[in-house]
Design a protein around this ligand. Structure first.
Ligand SMILES: Cc1cc2nc3c(=O)[nH]c(=O)nc-3n(C[C@H](O)[C@H](O)[C@H](O)COP(=O)(O)O)c2cc1C
Length: 167
């Protein structure tokens, strides 16, 4: 098994995309990666929605003030959480599945960017547009496609974050 660190460190949020569709086999692999995420009591409180329709992506980009890029990415992965399956951990479990999707996408040469939706004022509008049932939440919109940029990012130093034995 390979060390995942370089893969994890080289993933960046991508907000500019090439006009190039994503191969179906690659998306299937990303969905498979999401499906195998860990979850509390293995309850898997998630469902996934894939949107490629240009008009729907454009509408999503108009609804979400910080996700204009979903109009440009050829595909949007939309993780849905199900609080009726696990009231306490539906959000964290589905976030893990989403991260696994994003890491698999990166390993396949695809860029992604997650734009948060759950609990925001726009969530009802997103649900209505996508016909999402009442009992599910929209965790976010994950733009997916071939990157047309090379963004950089920094992180806080470990010394600022890590405590040993006691705080
Ligand atoms: C829960 C969540 C919500 C986010 N929402 C947005 C968003 O609405 N718009 C956006 O452009 N990026 C969004 N991002 C991406 C973050 O801005 C990005 O992950 C962060 O700046 C670190 O950059 P990197 O992913 O390139 O390392 C979100 C990320 C997460 C995890």
């Amino acid at each position: 098994m390979n060390d995942a660190l370089e893969l994890l460190k080289s993933r960046r949020s991508i907000r500019k995309y090439k006009d190039q569709p994503v191969e179906e086999e690659k998306i299937k692999k990303c969905l498979e990666a999401a499906r195998w995420a860990p979850s509390a009591s293995n309850k898997q409180p998630w469902e996934f929605l894939i949107v490629t329709d240009e008009q729907v992506r454009k509408k999503l980009s108009e609804i979400h003030p910080y996700a204009r890029f979903v109009a440009q990415s050829p595909l949007v992965f939309i993780p849905l959480t199900n609080p009726t399956i696990h009231q306490k951990y539906h959000m964290s479990d589905t976030a893990l599945a989403t991260m696994q999707y994003m890491i698999e996408a990166h390993s396949l040469g695809l860029g992604t960017c997650w734009a948060g939706v759950i609990g925001s004022a726009i969530e009802p509008e997103v649900k209505e547009l996508l016909n999402v049932p009442e009992h599910l939440n929209v965790l976010g919109l994950v733009a997916t496609g071939y990157s047309n940029e090379e963004p950089t990012k920094t992180r806080k130093e470990l010394e600022e974050l890590v405590h040993y034995e006691k705080y």
